[in-house]
Design a protein around this ligand. Sequence first.
Ligand code: GRF
Length: 208
Amino acid sequence: MKFAVFASGYGSNLQAIMDAVKNGDIKAELALVFSDQRKAQALNRAQGAGIKTLFLSRKDYAAPQSYDRDIVIHLKEEKIDFIVLAGYMRILTPYFIKEYPNKILNVHPSLLPSFKGRQGVKDAFTYGVKVTGVTIHFVDEKTDHGPIILQDSFKITVKDKLETVVEKIHKIEHKIFPKAIALFAEGRLQIKGRKVKVLDKPAPDSLK
Ligand code: GRF
């Protein structure tokens, strides 16, 4: 299986994913890294690792759908089977999601369904939650909503500041995101309604 990672920024999750591909934990080919930001550090990381990259500027397109349409053309050219959103700060259009149903994975830095949106870590911290964490989920047409694959959590202590919580979130992301991608690539994720079952071995009706 071939997959693409979409990233808008620093790309620490991309790095964890590239490492997991390299050491054989993810049994799939990372064939393309796409960004909507020309200067995304994620693009440099990919280029440094010899992975093909693509940047398209949203400004060159009249509407979100025409932008997504062009991205999909590139994905089809590369024969991409599934997509991983690793800090991609743009909402995919329904058109895009229909092209890859149950084949897009996202990382969100809170325990969904709490604290959806762009500032999940900050919103949870400011709210005063005592426990927070990370969610890896399939993408559907509602933002931060699709079936949950993996979650992990930790307690926020009185000593924590926003920065330390961000660090802890990243640490968890770098552990469970590659794990979820590995499970998907092995055909070990089965969706039934909102529930995602992790199988011991690939099922005939798995998503692979
Ligand atoms: C991650 O915290 C992710 O949860 C959020 O954006 C951040 C991306 O970080 N959606 P990086 O670019 O992978 O370092």
